[in-house]
Design a protein around this ligand. Structure first.
Ligand code: SF4
Length: 390
């Protein structure tokens, strides 16, 4: 299907919020926290919950790049949040370093293993590379565990497992360059510089995949990539319990309760890994059952939290979740930008006005619809509409 073009086309900012460079949204400032190695100690997590309660609206998002977002931070409270994050060791030296240090680490690392060492070195190298003017959304993945888990997650440069090798991969290529634990971080920085030298960034924007559509990856990239392992199911793992967050959001109260149990690792799957935990008791908005239908739904902030939203989204998503057929995914989007699920989904509802949605099958939020102007009420009354015409 071809993209939809309309006067309500969403604005593309080309950068992501940070802590030092927050983004104004419909419910206040969005302050994004990039915790080193995607981990929060109990002290850090508990303090973040307090900041959300005191200076924000008590809601915390977990992004698809495993970052936390404090929502509804008042402009007057932002300074106190920054001071708090600095005290917790969660603040970069400046906004440029915060933007560069865009690393998604596979969450099942152990201290001293390949993923842990490479990600630690890459964090240091990116902090130090002050001349590296990468586009705002340019990101890295470190995925060197037993088998790659994050091939489906957006990134520009990947360091991933392939059998007994570790490969450096330019996103969009089917081959990579063998690297070692010792060389991986430096080689990743070299590849980022190659991206810039090749004209990958134009006016501060650009992605590796778009560059590779125009020219080949460096010659040293000739080893075949390994195959991604499936996303781990929610539940018990060797490192603790994976718990789901309803639509990727959690209240400060519940986050504080989880922080009392154990340190937390952030994942790109709208799940938290609670280190060493098992049999966590039910908590509001926390999904413990791998068959919960809410896990089959992707939904963005919608109105009123997002300034670009044409409708609220979460209530409808919650009501329709039980009607999503097994094995399918429903994406409910507040506008055609499709933030919650940039790729295609089997079922998509894109808001076009308040409580009014277009229905798309097997496409993105911006694709041409199969049905138009369906009211939220009509969808609730006849949820089978979702799959009619498949
Ligand atoms: S997709 Fe949702 S969160 Fe993204 S801009 Fe549109 S309404 Fe806002």
């Amino acid at each position: 299907m071809s993209p939809q073009s309309s006067p309500t086309s969403p604005k593309v900012y080309g950068w992501c919020p940070g802590a030092l460079r927050p983004m104004m949204s419909g419910d206040g400032l969005v302050v994004r926290i990039r915790s080193p190695l995607g981990r929060l100690s109990q002290t850090q997590a508990s303090a973040i919950a307090d900041m959300s309660r005191i200076y924000g609206n008590g809601l915390i998002d977990l992004s698809a790049r495993a970052n936390l977002q404090l929502r509804g931070i008042s402009p007057d409270g932002h300074g106190a949040v920054i001071a708090g994050l600095k005290e917790l060791g969660l603040l970069d030296q400046d906004a440029a370093a915060e933007s560069r240090r865009n690393i998604l680490l596979a969450p099942f690392w152990r201290a001293g293993d390949a993923s842990h060492v490479i990600a630690s070195r890459l964090e240091s190298a990116l902090r130090a590379a002050e001349d590296l003017a990468l586009p705002g959304k340019f990101g890295f993945v470190v995925d060197a565990g037993a088998s790659p888990l994050l091939q489906g997650c957006p990134a520009d440069i990947r360091i991933e497992r392939s059998g007994s090798d570790i490969l450096l991969v330019a996103d969009g290529a089917q081959v990579g360059q063998p690297v070692t634990v010792e060389t991986a971080a430096d080689k990743a920085i070299e590849l980022a510089r190659w991206f810039l030298q090749q004209g990958g960034a134009i006016n501060g924007r650009g992605r590796m995949q778009a560059l590779l559509a125009r020219r080949a990856a460096p010659a040293a990239h000739s080893s075949s990539r390994g195959t991604s392992a499936p996303q781990p199911p929610l539940g018990q793992t060797a490192l603790g319990q994976l718990v789901g967050l309803e639509f990727g959001q959690i209240t400060a109260e519940t986050f504080a309760t989880l922080a009392e149990i154990a340190p937390l690792r952030l994942t790109p799957w709208r799940m938290l890994l609670v280190e060493g935990a098992r049999d966590i008791a039910p908590l509001p908005g926390v999904i413990l059952d791998a068959t919960d239908p809410r896990l089959q739904v992707r939904v963005c902030t919608g109105a009123p939290g997002c300034l670009q939203a044409l409708s609220s989204t979460r209530e409808l998503a919650r009501d329709l979740a039980p009607h999503v057929p097994e094995g399918q995914v429903l994406h409910v989007s507040g506008c055609a930008k499709g933030c919650a699920h940039p790729g295609p989904a089997p079922l998509v509802l894109t808001a076009t006005a308040c409580d009014t949605f277009d229905l798309i099958h097997h496409g993105k939020a911006s694709d041409l619809p199969l049905r138009q102007t369906l009211s939220a009420g009509a969808l609730r009354a006849a949820p089978e509409t979702l799959t009619e015409g498949s």
